[in-house]
Design a protein around this ligand. Structure first.
Ligand code: HEM
Length: 162
């Protein structure tokens, strides 16, 4: 790993080239197709993991974290006075739709019904809402909030529990 981190500019294109050469060599020296495939796949996994390690060493985890997806729709901005009753009582997103509750100001309590759980949603900690999960919102003082809608987990798979 250290030898590779020291090589400035070492990137995907070099590993792709490395794998081409590796596969050519495998084809030349391994007579059995099934065995050759094992060598090809192993090399590809090693290349991925070495390159990921190099990138993370250089730039931290942001180097490999997924870019957040864009919402396909957003609710209006609600405050403590105009928050619709429908959001204050049990409701859910439709099948296949994730919500992301974002606070623009203040905070609210987000309560899930089954299994029962609740969390405080703040400006710094938006809350994903899984498809069809029954929930409701309890404002506690002045706030501004908006719900974004996504086809996939809005914060990416790595943060699926958040
Ligand atoms: C899956 C891909 C690769 C594997 C498994 C691999 C493996 C290794 C290993 C085991 C070493 C010896 C490390 C040590 O002595 O501590 C090494 C060194 C090195 N690798 Fe790689 N490597 C890969 C890709 C690349 C690529 C793409 C480049 C550049 C284009 C590269 C350039 C080097 C260099 C310059 C050294 C140091 C050689 C030396 O100090 O004599 N490697 N590599």
């Amino acid at each position: 790993m250290l030898k590779h981190i020291a090589i400035t500019g070492l990137d995907n294109e070099h590993f792709d080239r490395w794998l081409v050469l590796w596969n050519q060599t495998v084809d030349a020296v391994v007579p059995n197709d099934a065995a050759a495939q094992v060598f090809r796949e192993a090399a590809s996994r090693i290349a991925d993991s070495l390159l990921t390690g190099i990138k993370v060493q250089r730039d931290g985890l942001r180097a490999v974290s997924k870019k957040p997806a864009a919402p396909y729709a957003s609710s209006p901005i609600f405050d403590q006075d105009n928050l619709p009753d429908a959001l204050r009582s049990h409701h859910s997103t439709k099948d296949g739709t994730w919500g992301l509750l974002r606070m623009l100001e203040g905070e609210v309590e987000l309560v899930f019904v089954d299994p029962p759980s609740s969390r405080t949603v703040t400006v710094d900690n938006p809350a994903p809402i899984p498809p069809q999960a029954l929930h409701f919102v309890k404002p506690d003082g002045p706030m501004k909030m908006q719900v974004e809608f996504y086809h996939n987990h809005p914060l990416g798979g790595d943060q699926a529990d958040n």
